[in-house]
Ligand binder design. Structure first.
Ligand code: NAP
Ligand code: HSE
Length: 438
């Protein structure tokens, strides 16, 4: 039997403790698959006294994760701390600089410094693996880097955040509030340490940035992604979507256009009968369109300790086998600079929900502002008082107006809304949700 692969694990939270349990429960099978034992020798976290439900007695404890990364007793560093900078970044760089393999689930780190990390791995003959960073247990990173390497990818989209999909599913199916659903997702270990990253779309953007690089062979550019989260989605939007035959999902989309690659993250109305609209709860799904393969959809658990540990351990097994691949699918020198397609040129259908004073001409003014931007309306429906609004005198009553447009541009919709607001034809903020035909 070959020498054991000595593992140093930094981060003993939801994912880290699941990785330890998996390594122990499947020790024999993993040794057979890897061709050598996988031996956890060192760990690091902030609080050494915390009971984590896993025995740590025979492991070397490091209060400094960077020191663990440098330890001569460790061959492969597994970074499960999180965060784009700080000790996650310094320990990752220390591991690669020392020529050690690095396994990480940290998409924030990769989205910010992935190219730098990949270059460091190449320069030092080290391996950088991050299957767990995108889509939890779904093997999307290896699929893009290896199994789909023969294709030119034209579009990639998916549900990339388990917390948001869990929240939207529970709001729709159980009628719970946003806050109740988020608390559940946190208790189940799905959410980031700061759940703003989940609900404001940033976590999805981090994952999309990494997938875009892998799929299109370009540098990572998270700053160019258009990002909107789900915190403004109201129960009345979910109900309206349902009535109109749609379901709302937080989608990450990367798409080749004539001017560059469009990268966007936002709540999206999807036809209820589409594959991706049916994805419920913590499940994620990623669809990839390749020129030779056609359309491939992968789905599975997108968050949670055990599902994520499954992906982390697959990388550890690769590492024990001595598998090598360029981390971003190409040597860094061959990545093309990312060229952004502007969001304002985005074309598609839109759902708009406006709160309108019940007075003569208000409805017509809205229709006129749309027509003047050449926006063709599929439907425009005026409902009774908006949800939650108290009865008022007739002259002050409010009405909820729901509009579905035919395909138009983001620029046209924004210009029309700006005019409607400026002319005082609506009360409060308009709601705008993009429709994806699929
Ligand atoms: P978590 O439960 O918050 O655990 C983070 C761990 O990092 C804790 O054990 C914490 O120590 C440790 N830590 C924090 N600061 C440290 C420092 N300065 N030095 C050493 N250790 C430190 O997070 P998680 O959910 O397991 O996520 C870990 C990583 O996996 C993140 O990058 C996350 O984005 C990613 N991820 C998570 C999931 C998921 O479903 N949870 C899925 C995919 C990817 P203490 O315990 O002592 O405080
Ligand atoms: N917070 C993330 C999510 C964890 O909910 O999808 C998985 O990356």
């Amino acid at each position: 039997m070959d020498q054991p692969l000595r593992l140093g694990l930094a981060g003993l939270g939801t994912v880290g403790t699941s990785v330890i349990r998996l390594l122990r429960e499947h020790e024999e099978a993993l040794t057979e698959r890897a061709g050598r034992p996988l031996r956890l020798v060192a760990v690091s976290a902030r609080d050494q006294t915390k009971d984590r439900g896993v025995a740590l007695d025979d492991l070397e404890w490091f209060s400094d994760a960077e020191a663990l990364a440098r330890s001569a007793n460790v061959d492969c560093v597994v970074e499960l701390i999180g965060g784009e900078d700080g000790v996650a970044r310094s320990s990752a760089m220390a591991a690669l600089a020392a020529g050690k393999s690095l396994v990480t689930a940290n998409k924030a780190l990769l989205a910010a410094h992935g190219v730098e990390l990949a270059a460091a791995a190449e320069a030092n003959g080290a391996m950088l693996s991050f299957e767990a960073a995108v889509g939890g247990g779904i093997p999307i990173v290896k699929s893009l880097r290896e199994a789909l390497a023969g294709n030119r990818v034209t579009k990639l989209f998916g549900i990339l955040n388990g917390t948001c999909n869990y929240i939207l599913t529970r709001m729709e199916s159980e009628g719970l509030t946003f806050e109740e659903c988020l608390a559940e997702a946190q208790a189940l270990g799905y959410a980031e340490a700061d759940p703003t990253f989940d609900v404001e779309g940033l976590d999805t953007a981090h994952k999309l940035a990494v997938l875009t690089a892998l799929a299109f062979g370009v540098t990572i550019d998270k700053e160019s992604i258009f990002v909107e989260g789900i915190s403004s989605i109201a129960p009345e939007d979910i109900a309206a979507a349902d009535e109109l035959g749609y379901r709302i999902k937080l989608l990450g989309v990367a798409q080749e256009t004539e001017t560059g690659i469009e990268q966007r993250v936002h709540p999206t109305m999807l036809p209820k009968d589409s594959n991706v609209a049916r994805i419920a709860g913590v499940t994620n799904a990623v669809a990839v369109e390749g020129d030779f393969v056609g359309s491939v959809v992968l789905s599975g658990p997108g968050a949670g300790g055990d599902a994520t540990a499954s992906a982390v351990v697959s990388d550890i097994v690769d590492c024990a086998r001595g598998f090598r691949a360029p981390p971003l699918g190409k040597p860094v020198a061959n990545l093309r600079p990312y060229q952004r397609a502007r969001m304002r040129a985005h074309s598609g259908g839109y759902y708009l929900r406006l709160t309108v004073p019940d007075r003569v001409g208000a409805f017509a003014a809205i229709a006129r502002a749309m027509a003047d931007q050449s926006i063709s309306l599929d439907s425009i429906v005026q409902r009774n008082r908006p949800a939650g609004a108290a009865p008022r005198r007739r002259s002050e009553e409010l009405r909820a107006v729901t509009i579905i447009t035919h395909d138009t541009t983001e620029q046209a919709v924004r210009d029309a809304l700006r005019r409607i607001e400026a002319e005082g034809d609506i009360v409060g903020q308009p709601q705008m949700i993009r429709i994806e035909a699929l």
